[in-house]
Design a protein around this ligand. Structure first.
Ligand code: MN
Length: 713
């Protein structure tokens, strides 16, 4: 048998953990892949098949199942050769077919630029990975081998691949608990992007390790002897290597010196049984004094990504701290391979946390407009340091380090987020804007009537919460704009002596086609948001050519007497100007502002003069006969200074059932006070009655309506 780097024998020794039948299938996949890649070479000149072989060997080192192994061998065939998904499904079944398809990029021609392609490909991969997590494990093995062989590529490609690795793949690996992969990816990428910085830290680190070597050996020997005396079987006991990239990152982020980061001894003890972990802990605490607050029991309380270990810090010779990790072999595998280790330990129930994270990615993707935005949001989620917060039921929710109680609400459930009103943090009532810290228990208080507002966007930091709030606002905004748009168009049609409801469907469709809208509601929304003018659209709609129909000729001049009526119940698409605070009964004028809907001003408002000059922006409005709700207005009272005047005023208003929204007092001089009150009234009638009652105040000098707020504040 000929053996070489491109033969099955290069892979065979790694497959020892699979059954005979499985190995035969793998052999079949190998021949197919080899045949498909025949004649192709890597940039290094090696036969292409060496790449899938190496990728598959990495997968074997995690003891991945034969399905993943076969998919690993085939992973580049759909993208780069004549092999199709159907062929793979036929030979190896649906699972392998779906895996390889999930790993294949979309055709390059479909994208306008590299960012769009990267985003869309990434999105495709994530969707595939949400269905089958093995997609990302194979992708990471693929990336790892490509990074290991990066040096042969051109500088430009090297930088691009390394940057993408650092931005996306290393964080995903870390997020999935695959620490050995993420560390290696980071190291290789860092070396490719900053070769000089890498060399400097590498040299310094070697120096430190040489200095530590002797003492470290002493410490390890002392521990080894202790374990021997206790008859504890040790699988491995070694000093922990420091990672160059994490040193660099910490130096940069935390502003600490190299010496501060490296002036510790670190070791890891891997043993057989879980119970022995605690025995080992007891033993080393007798050998060296523990630094009490540094002990962490991640065996009893595992990290959300499944990480388990005991951590302790001891006081070493001459006071240098010794960091020790104690864990079993299976914990150690989980620590370095994360979810990839699930296949060895046959725990079918993939950790819930991973699934939650994946489905949160799917959430993010459904909220984002384009792949670039999506990728930004995912990065944001990946790069934040983690915070572990408990629900009242003891479930752990993972959040980025600066997350607020409102982020927590959205992390629990979109509906809880959308209806949250307050939080209880460790049983204390707290505002939703409170920034959480590790280990807190948070309970969210909801109300049926609560709903997101634009202000909430400033309170949250997670992509999920932002997406949910934006989504809600967009939906709401839209309904309101459609309603207003319909009213405006209706009104414009009427002034042209036509009725919107009488226009036949053919005409509407012809006009929508002309304007490139798919639905009438979209056109109405644009009118409601002030993007399109209702008058122009009304004329356009009536004038559009429709087969078999005469053009409806309209007069240029429209009637003015027909005016839009305002009832107070229009929602946020109708706003009441904060400069003049109009109330029902006031003569008013409407201004269409782009994207904000209609703003109602009092006709005499001085701001209107400026706004009026912009043609087509103002429309006539009047109050409907059935105005609903209360409206804000403002009064200015000049009063002779007297104690208790505020109490008198509020007494009168309370008797009239009037709400005071805001009250400002300023002393005009030694003897006069000015009160500026914002009130809520139903209209002019009620305001008149309020003023009448206030006039009874004996010390009142003057009372006026405050209609120039804009210029004062
Ligand atoms: Mn590949």
């Amino acid at each position: 048998m000929i053996s070489g780097v491109d033969s099955f024998e290069a892979l065979h020794p790694s497959l020892g953990y699979l059954s005979k039948e499985q190995i035969e299938q793998v052999r079949l996949a190998f021949s197919l892949a080899k045949q498909a890649h025949e004649g192709q070479t890597r940039v290094s000149g090696e036969p292409y098949i060496t790449h899938p072989i190496e990728v598959t060997k990495i997968l074997c080192s995690y003891y991945m199942d034969h399905i993943s192994i076969i998919a690993g061998l085939m992973h580049d065939t759909i993208e780069d050769t004549y092999v199709t998904k159907e062929m793979i499904v036929k030979d190896f079944g649906n699972e392998v077919g779906a895996l390889v398809d999930g790993l294949s990029k979309l055709k390059k021609a479909e994208f306008k630029n590299r960012q769009a392609a990267q985003g869309e490909n990434f999105r495709k991969m994530l969707l595939a990975m949400a269905k089958d997590i093995r997609v990302i494990i194979i992708k990471l093995a693929d990336r790892l081998h490509n990074m290991r062989t990066l040096t042969v590529l051109s500088k430009e490609r090297r930088l691009r691949i390394a940057t993408e690795t650092l931005d996306i793949f290393a964080p995903i690996a870390r997020r999935l608990g695959m620490h050995s992969v993420s560390l290696e990816l980071e190291s290789l990428a860092f070396k490719a992007i900053y070769p000089k910085r890498f060399a400097v830290i590498d040299r310094a680190l070697n120096k430190v390790e040489q200095q530590h070597h002797k003492i470290m050996d002493k410490i390890l020997n002392r521990i080894r002897n202790g374990l021997k005396n206790e008859k504890i079987k040790v699988i491995s006991l070694e000093s922990r290597k420091k990672n160059i990239y994490s040193i660099y990152r910490k130096m940069k982020r935390k502003g600490v010196t190299f010496a501060q980061l490296t002036d510790v001894y670190a070791a890891r003890i891997v043993i057989d049984g879980e119970k022995d972990c605690y025995r080992v802990l007891g033993l080393i605490h007798r050998l060296y004094l523990p630094v009490s607050e540094k002990f962490k029991d991640y065996i009893a309380v595992p990290k959300p990504n499944g990480y388990q270990s005991l951590h302790t810090v001891l006081l070493g010779p001459s006071g240098v701290p010794i960091e020790i990790q104690i864990r079993t072999k299976s914990m150690d595998d989980t620590a370095s391979h994360g979810i990839a280790s699930h296949w060895v330990y046959k725990s079918d129930d993939l950790d819930d946390q991973e699934h939650k994270w994946l489905s949160s990615l799917i959430d993010i993707q459904s909220f984002t407009q384009n792949p670039e935005e999506f990728i930004e949001n995912v990065k944001m989620d990946l790069f934040n340091d983690e915070l572990y917060i408990f629900t009242p039921a003891g479930e752990i929710i993972e959040l980025p380090s600066n997350a607020t109680a409102m982020d927590f609400a959205y992390a629990v459930h979109t509906e809880i987020g959308n209806h949250c009103v307050a939080a209880k943090v460790d049983r204390q009532l707290a505002p939703l804007s409170m920034v959480l810290s590790n280990g807190q228990t948070v309970e969210i208080i909801t109300s049926k009537h609560a709903q997101p507002s634009a202000v909430w966007l400033d309170v949250v930091v997670t992509a999920k919460a932002k997406g949910c709030i934006n989504n809600f606002l967009k939906g709401q905004h839209k309904t309101e704009s459609i309603l207003l748009g319909r009213q405006l168009l209706h009104h414009a049609m009427k002034s042209l002596d036509h009725d919107l409801d009488q226009v036949d469907e053919e005409r509407i469709n012809a006009y929508l086609k002309l304007k490139r809208y798919t639905k009438l509601s979209e056109l109405l929304a644009s009118i409601g948001m002030g993007v399109l003018s209702a008058n122009n659209e009304a004329k356009g709609l009536l004038n559009v050519a429709v087969e078999g129909q005469d053009r409806v000729v309209t007069d240029e001049a429209s009637h003015d007497e027909d005016i839009l009526s305002i009832s107070g119940g229009e929602g946020r698409m109708v706003k009441y100007a904060s400069c003049c605070l109009p109330i029902p009964g006031d003569p008013v004028m409407g201004v269409i502002t782009s994207h904000q809907g209609l703003v109602v001003h009092i006709e005499s408002c001085s701001r209107l003069l400026t706004l009026r000059k912009r043609e087509g922006r103002c429309i006539h409005v009047h109050w409907s006969d059935h105005v609903k709700g209360s409206f804000k207005t403002s009064l200015v009272l000049k009063v002779k200074d007297r104690q208790g005047v505020i109490a008198d005023v509020s007494g009168i208003l309370a008797e009239e059932n009037i709400n005071i929204v805001d009250l400002k007092v300023s002393f005009l001089d030694a003897s006069y006070v000015e009160l500026i009150m914002d009130l809520e009234v139903t209209g002019r009638k009620e305001l008149a009655s309020v003023i009448r009652h206030l006039r009874k105040l004996s010390h009142l000098v003057k009372i006026t309506r405050n209609q120039e707020k804009f210029w004062k504040s």
